[in-house]
Design a protein around this ligand. Sequence first.
Ligand code: IMP
Ligand code: MG
Length: 185
Amino acid sequence: MKILFDQDVIRQGIEQLGSNLRREYGQNPITVVAIMTGSIVMLADLIRCLDMPLRISLIRASSYRGGVTSGDLHVEELERLDIQGRDVLLIDDIFDTGKTLVEVTKHLSSLQPRSLKTAVFLNKQGTSQVAMEPDYSVFKIPNEFVVGYGLDYDDFYRNLPFVAVMEQADLEEHSRRLEPNAQSR
Ligand code: IMP
Ligand code: MG
């Protein structure tokens, strides 16, 4: 796999985001809302770069099964979201079309947080279909499909400690080894 960002580069990027957020929030308590599952690795690393009092809430954003439009997203709260009057930082793994972040932001805003900012690990260039931009992006990437550091292909590769481009040869290797009923192991 072609590596885009290795562990050292990622660590520096997350530390930089942490330092920007420490400047933004100071010692004000915040609630970090993380969109499952892609942002778990970023969440774990980022919160250890933050020193204000903080709480974590997990949500899931999934496309409606059999939904009519591709942008139909369902926001599932994995516990009751208690964010009214709180300073909220929403994090996600990647900003691609932007539809996920727009929908989740709408949902969170309806719960009346005191403030709401967004931070994504990766920001894909040239693919946005929305007017909004994340407040913070750790890295910009070209329009390629990437895996690792939480990002998946068919739910695999989230555990890679680096970010890599999933190229045609990697896709073929994947279907040979990891698709259900794959012949060779
Ligand atoms: P958006 O709603 O189009 O911005 O999509 C965001 C979601 O699409 C992310 O949370 C990812 O789950 C998925 N996604 C988009 N691009 C990639 C990629 O290059 N690799 C892995 N997942 C991706
Ligand atoms: Mg995903």
